[in-house]
Design a binder for this molecule. Sequence first.
Ligand code: TXA
Ligand code: MG
Length: 355
Amino acid sequence: METKVWHVDKNVEEKINYSQIVDAARVIRDGELLAFPTETVYGLGANALSDEAVEKIYTAKGRPSDNPLIVHIGSLSQLSAVASFVPPKALKLIEAFWPGPLTLFLPKTEAVAGRVTAGLDTVGVRMPDHPLALALIQEAGVPIAAPSANRSGRPSPTSAAHVLADLDGRIAGVLDGGPTGVGVESTTIDMTAEPPVIHRPGGITYEQIKAVIGEVLVDAAVTDSKQAQPLSPGMKYTHYAPEGQMWIVSGEAAAARQQMLHMLAEAKREGKKTGVLAVEEKAEWWRRQESADVVISCGSSSELESVARELYSCLRQFDDHQVEFIVSEAFPTSGIGLAVMNRLEKAAGGRIIRV
Ligand code: TXA
Ligand code: MG
């Protein structure tokens, strides 16, 4: 299959070329797969009301069939088509954070294709904060089921080039709206539980949610990858991973640095190509050490949002350089840092060393 690419400049809203949106929306209406930008990462979309269309997502991604998808809506009027009940606390979160990077698990309606929810009786719903995504959903006239548009297990795509690297020839089209903004996926929260439980930290932080609805829990598996079976099926798989083996070193800065130097030297002795993931403030220092073959600078420690925005692209760069052994420092887990550390831990397959 030839994958068609529509380049749309979303930064100049007046310039959204609606004839391109109309073409792209036809892909969804025809029951085929279209990758599109959201504010978090690119999604791989299909008509959420069609089992046949949704099935193609699992095939294209190589996604385990027990892993449910998020449904994206373009207006609040579409919510009742997919959710049979919206608890008062969910309404408060919608009011505060939609459109935005927050997915609510709600009781599903009959209309939602069974393949979307992988047999669960809840459905994950969100309204993305991206003009192209919203225009696309409205033009398609149906809610769009979309996981991240990567091959299963790979880092999520934050550009159309990442999507094509994974899925060129396997999907009907890509709507290219440039790089995404948040960089990590939406926060997911089960609103059928009392108190509600965050399954995956993301673009809307624990602190922000707590400020709106009060008590909220976080799945124990989010902060301790070894401790518990995660509540969401998708969170149990090794994820977001570069091809090289990655380790995270956490602890006091000087001690962590020593540990990282030691590990890099050891890996080099074993003949491995080595890499370091470091914030831009520290990248120069690492380059001067010449202890690693590749140093990838990833955001600034003074603004963890920038680390989130660049993280997946940084992880993919290690693959571009065929790095076999990667060390990364750890990040504080407040605010968006909780999502950054959760993704890093998954990329590392739980390999963390505390010094
Ligand atoms: O930002 C995002 O959320 C992106 C963009 C494209 O919207 N989407 C995304 O989808 O990250 P995906 O499929 O990569 O991750 C969805 C996560 C998985 O861990 C899945 O298991 C979980 O949400 N999930 C979906 N529906 C669920 C449900 N009803 N109950 C429990 N977990 C659910
Ligand atoms: Mg994903």
